[in-house]
Design a protein around this ligand. Structure first.
Ligand SMILES: Nc1ccn([C@@H]2O[C@H](COP(=O)(O)OP(=O)(O)OP(=O)(O)O)[C@@H](O)[C@H]2O)c(=O)n1
Ligand SMILES: C[C@](O)(CO)[C@H](O)COP(=O)(O)O
Length: 262
């Protein structure tokens, strides 16, 4: 990080990976295009980012096959709103490809990139400001996240109860179940659930992702693999990622309960 110039004020840019298909969502289209509270899901996401004055510009990274964006988010493209159809097979590839596009737009290694899932459409500008406030003077950067509140279970295989004492509860025959069984209770102390945006300098994030995309599910883990410790900045449960079929109704209720769509 000491490579970054002293005295130059870094700018903030947003990168929105939106090249996924939403295979877990059960929707009839990529989930970012499902209508919620009168607009495509992604329109809410982009409106929240557009309402953060410190974000200079937002790049949306779509699948090369995407033919829905311009209809779903009309009038998006402009001087502060960029679109690239260079999404990859994984989220990490999509982000890595998007960083190259940011470079082509003149984003410098010392500038900050806030990567935010298109599928986190409940984002509020105030949470983005909190992240920027927390990270802008930091060496590494950080991410919105939430301390885990529930007791955590590691799932084992589905099937009959096998352990000592289970036969008494399940009956001598050991009733089989489609549900997985608890393999262990995991110590939740100090555990946080990662959200987005995740905010890192372009000059740190690009090499971190280039160092290994396999199994990387967020930007922070790529940066951690280089030995850094990103900041965990507490956010809200409402900043959840629409993933499962039931999540759409919850997102819709929350969006409709807000004074505006942002
Ligand atoms: N190859 C991919 C995969 C995902 N994403 C984006 O990464 C974000 C978070 O990913 P996720 O919620 O997993 O979305 P999907 O991959 O679409 O969903 P699923 O895993 O259920 O298929 C989403 O905005 C999604 O569009 C992406 O840009 N490129
Ligand atoms: C980046 C992320 O949203 C943080 O929770 C998450 O890791 C994305 O994972 P997915 O498997 O692509 O949903």
């Amino acid at each position: 990080m000491s490579d970054f110039p002293i005295g130059v004020v870094p700018r903030c840019f947003a990168l929105v990976p939106a090249a996924g298909v939403g295979s877990r969502s059960g929707a009839d289209r990529p989930k970012q295009y499902v209508p919620l509270a009168g607009q495509a899901m992604m329109a809410h996401t982009l409106a929240a980012l557009a309402a953060v004055p410190r974000i200079e510009a937002t790049l949306v990274v779509l699948s090369p096959e995407d033919d829905q964006f311009e209809q779903a988010v009309p009038g998006f493209e402009g001087p502060r709103s960029w679109v690239a159809r260079c999404g990859g097979d994984t989220r990490a590839e999509t982000v890595a490809n998007g960083l190259q596009v940011l470079r082509e737009h003149g984003v410098a290694p010392h500038d900050w990139v806030l990567v935010h899932d298109a599928a986190r459409c409940l984002l509020q500008p105030a949470w983005v400001d909190r992240l920027i406030d927390a990270c802008q003077d930091d060496e590494v950067g950080g991410l919105l996240a939430l301390p885990v509140a529930d007791t955590l279970k590691a799932a084992g295989a589905a099937g009959a109860a096998g352990a000592a004492g289970a036969a008494g509860a399940a009956g001598a025959a050991g009733a089989a179940s489609a549900h997985p069984r608890v393999a262990a209770t995991v110590d939740r102390r100090g555990k946080w659930a990662a959200q987005t945006p995740q905010m890192f300098r372009l000059g740190l994030l690009a090499p971190a992702l280039a160092a290994g995309l396999d199994g990387v599910t967020d930007e922070a883990s790529a940066v951690e693999a280089l030995g850094h410790q990103p900041l965990l900045v507490e956010a809200s449960m409402e900043n959840f990622k629409v993933t499962w079929p039931a999540d759409f109704a919850l997102a819709e209720r929350l969006l409709r309960s807000r004074p505006t769509s942002v």
